[in-house]
Ligand binder design. Sequence first.
Ligand SMILES: [Zn+2]
Length: 278
Amino acid sequence: MQILIYRNYKVNIFVLAVLAGFLSLGQGCARLRPAPGYGEEVFITHPVGGLPVTIRYLPADAPILPLVEESIRSGMEKAGRWGEIRSAFTVTVYPDHKALEKAVHKEGYKWLKAWATEEAISLQSPRSWPVFRDKYLFDLMAHELTHVVCYQTAGIRASRSSENAPFWFGEGLASVTAGQGYRRYSRKVLLRKLRSDRAFDPLSPAEKDIRDREKLVYSSAHYLVTYLIETCGEERVRDLLHRITLGDSFMDAFDKTYPFPLKRLRSEWESWLEMNEN
Ligand SMILES: [Zn+2]
């Protein structure tokens, strides 16, 4: 309950910040958005008390700092289901989408709001999101923190290969942990889309699909992990991560953990989707 009250308070802070942003935009946006090419030295650092996390932000984002900090605290609790943070990491708030794309070297990913490695989360400032609700930020942070926890727990480096961290597993686990099902297709719609496009591989989506068909790719990932958790439980996910920590490839770890091999996952999953359409 305390958190809810506090969150309302923060929403008010945010509304003020957004209003200030609109007013400023009306007068010309130069004041809110630093010129391209701003230096690293402009960022202010803020250690989050009691957590191995440092937030880096630009002066214009100071009003949303409490909201970002609270989203990290909340997200850490949710992501903690899968392991623990073993080393310090930073959350850098970039002023707009362009700055985020530049920082993470991903161009043309219009939907991207954040990017995680084992030691850093890069976040597009919520001030520049086209649509903002505090829930979106809290869910996004839980999603990104799930990546950080999994990378650190399973010892998966940022240069992760699809061999030890397939896209569907990482994104699906993050989406499920963050409760982002409301952003995905329904099971019924997903099934229809999969049937009408047999060239699309939900277990190994092409980079172009990830960039241009985000909803299909992420919905598939979300329901693949939902299937594993609903049918085999959460403990198996932790077993899988533990086996990767001990050196198994993802495929070996999967085959030792689940009652069917990875190569049968798609057919098992699609049968489950058919039976659980709604
Ligand atoms: Zn993700």
